[in-house]
Structures are given as C-alpha cells and as structure tokens.
Design a protein around this ligand. Structure first.
Ligand SMILES: *Cc1c(COP(=O)(O)O)cnc(C)c1O
Length: 402
C-alpha cells in the first residue's frame, strides 16, 4: 500500500493522544483527489466530496482547499459545510426521505438540491415554480455495489424516483414549469465494474433527452478502493475514457453537451484513515485465541454491519511470527472485527492498527455501552494535530435533563 503513514508516527500519536484514536493522512486525501482530476482534466467535470464519509471540519477545510465541491446527505451536513467556509455554490444537497422543510432550508442557503421523490418535487414546484433550478435523483433499476446495504439503484431500493415514473415527473415539470438543471443517479458503493457504472450513465443520457433544461448529469459516487490484499480499485482511467466516448457520442447524436458531476466519498477518504487501538486482554479458547481491544463496533461498525474487511497490523511487534487471532471489541454483544486473522504475535498492551478507516469509521461511531467516542488526529505536512477530543463523561450527560 503506497504513501502510508509510518508505524513510528502512528505509535507516537497513540502514545500522545491515547487509544482508540482515528488518524487521517491529508496527503493521501490530496493524492486521491488529484488522481480523479488528472484523469478527467479534459472534460467538464466537478467532484463533490460525499462528506457523510467523514465530516470533521478540519477534513472538510482540507478538501475545500483542494478545490473540491461537497455533496451532503442532510441539512446538518449542509450547515457543517457552510460552517467550514464552503460557499453555497459548492454545496449539493442530495436528499432522500426528508421533510420538505429541509428542502426549503437548503433553498434558503442557496445550495444545489437533488430531489428524490415525486411528492417533494410537487411541493417544490408549488412553492418555487421555475425560480430555483433543481436536480432530480432517479432510480435506474440497476443492481450495483459491494452488497445489498450499499446498493442504491436497484428495483427494490428506496432511493430516487423510479424511472418507470418518468412520465409523472414530466407532468410535474410541465405543470409547474420546473427548471430541471440536473439529473442524478447514484447506484451504490464499491462499484468496481466500469461497465456497470456506465449502465447508469447511459440511462441518464437517454432520459436527459426528455428534459431540455438539463445541463448537468450527476453520476454519483461509489468508486471502489482496495481493502484487502489483491482487492480491485475502480479503474478511473478507463472510466474517464468511457465517459468521454459516451458524452461525445451523445453530442453527435443529439447536439447536446452536459457538464458532469461525481460524488466520491469512500474513494476520497477511505485509505487516508488509520484506527489505532490497544490490546487489553488475550484469551485462549479451544475455538480461537481472542485479542480483546479497547474499542468495538461502537467505534468501527463496518465489520459487524457489512461484514467488511479491514486489514489489521500489530504496530508494537511487527517483525514477529504471525499467528491466528480473532480480534474482538469490548461491547456487550458479539463484536468481532476479524476472525482467525494472521497477525504478528500479539501481547497485551500492543497497539493494533486498522487500515482503510477514513470512510464511514468515526462517522458511524456511537456511544453504545456509554463508551466515549475516539479522538481524531489529522496529519498535515508531516505534523499531527488533534482535530477532535476524546469524549468525556460530560459529553454523555450533556443533553440529559436531570
Ligand atoms: C453515500 C453517497 C455517495 C458516496 O458513496 P461512496 O461509495 O462513499 O463513494 C455519493 N452520493 C450519494 C447521493 C450518497 O448517498
């Protein structure tokens, strides 16, 4: 794995700020962003970082400084992005299942909005008519993505307006003279197959012909990064080439040109993240040797929620012989990070690091079992800086009315 933070640096941060701790390498975020902009440099493309992957304000500011725009999944993410100093024009709110009042708030903020239901589209039409350009999230009925929980474009998915309802969309557009600026699809996360990605693109290119006001096609996120040795990564070079061809052909056939938006989340921040924990207890049983750590699915839920793999290394004893361990958390529920994983010999007190912990790690953390949420540290220009303090007992009590 390339340009990674050194074990010495990670160990030093763990000693200084304690464990469990999330550590982010801003250089890796920059290089991921540039790997996208380089491949698409000859096309009219904007990248909206899907900030639900990791919303720490310092990270948002870093990504803003790179020149990226931001895709938000809630009105609070819109407000956090504004707080981080990001101008409204660089913010997109792609909503689902939300009260219309949030869309009204987003309109007041002046951000781009993608609407994902007929009912909110109708409310939008009644209130704003053609005074505010708007995007529509469509559901292309394509099965794509790493697993069913992160597939969002298939025929049973709650996301988007199903394309079989397109005539009703057009009726609303005519009735309220809506200014539809953007058509959007996001078919899922961890789409490694460029061909599958292109299916969604072709659906949009076809449907855009029904909407003369559309000037942008928003192709969503879902680029895959490797988590496991031998894992694939979405071939961005190939994707850029196929998109160039598809949009050139559409221009030849229809005379129309579109701007392109993407919404990468995981691709931007997964690999920048390191989650460091301490081994609290070793327990030998007939089935396996457990390495219990000072964390659990309350801090990193992906293995239990999605069955995700996170590579684990022993920072304190890296050169020693590998043995099989089941790495488990301290939560009072089955809480397995890895089963029978080969790791350099573990001793109580050793530091373990989980890789690919930047996306949907801290962001999905909770206080279950009344545990404190971890601290977050950002490494910039080689220097670590604390960007979120570890919780304290006051945080657990803060909103309780006693
Ligand atoms: C979650 C999400 C993304 C980002 O998905 P990744 O798999 O992290 O790239 C992009 N767009 C929308 C609308 C999303 O909900």
């Amino acid at each position: 794995m390339s340009n990674s933070l050194s074990s010495e640096l990670l160990t030093g941060i763990a000693h200084k700020y304690g464990t469990p701790v999330y550590i982010y390498d801003t250089e890796k975020i920059s290089s991921q962003y540039h790997s996208l902009t380089n491949e698409f440099s000859d096309q009219s493309v904007r990248f909206f970082y899907a900030c639900k992957a990791l919303t720490n304000i310092s990270i948002l500011k870093h990504i803003h400084a790179l020149g990226a725009s931001f895709d938000c999944s809630s009105i609070n993410e819109v407000k956090l992005a504004r707080y981080a100093g990001i101008p409204a024009e660089k913010i997109l709110y792609t909503s689902n299942s939300i009260a219309f009042s949030e869309i009204e708030e987003a309109q007041k903020e002046g951000v781009h909005i993608n609407i994902d239901s007929l009912s909110n589209l109708e409310k939008f039409g009644k209130k704003f008519g053609n005074s505010y350009p708007v995007g529509i999230r469509l559901r292309p009925n394509i099965m794509a993505g790493g697993n069913i929980n992160i597939s969002t474009g298939h025929a049973k998915s709650k996301f988007g307006i199903p394309i079989e309802k397109i005539d009703e969309v057009i009726d609303l557009v005519e009735q309220y003279n809506l200014n539809i600026a953007v058509l959007h699809v996001h078919t899922g996360s961890e789409i490694s197959d460029v061909g599958l990605y292109m299916k969604g693109v072709h659906v949009l290119l076809d449907l855009a012909q029904k909407f003369p006001t559309v000037h942008t096609l928003d192709l969503g996120g879902g680029f895959k990064v490797p988590y496991e040795e031998g894992d694939t990564r979405t071939d961005i070079h190939l994707l850029a080439e196929e998109i160039r061809n598809a949009f050139d052909l559409a221009k030849q056939n229809t005379g129309r040109e579109y701007k392109i938006w993407f919404e990468p989340g995981k691709y931007m921040v997964s690999e920048c993240g390191y989650f460091v924990v301490s081994v609290t207890v070793l327990k030998e049983t007939a089935a396996t040797t457990f390495a219990g750590v000072d964390s659990g699915f309350n801090h990193l839920i992906r293995p239990m929620f999605y069955g995700s793999y996170h590579h684990i290394e022993n920072l304190s004893n890296p050169g020693d012989e590998k043995k099989k361990y089941s790495v488990v958390g301290n939560i009072c529920e089955t809480d397995t990070f890895a089963w029978e994983r080969e790791i350099a010999e573990i001793r109580e007190g050793d530091l373990l690091v989980f890789r690919n912990a930047g996306a949907y790690g801290m962001e999905m953390a909770s206080n279950f079992n009344s545990r404190f949420k971890p601290a977050e540290v950002m490494v910039k220009d080689g220097k670590p800086q604390l960007i979120r303090k570890r919780d304290t007992l006051e945080d657990l009590l803060k909103n309780q009315v006693i």
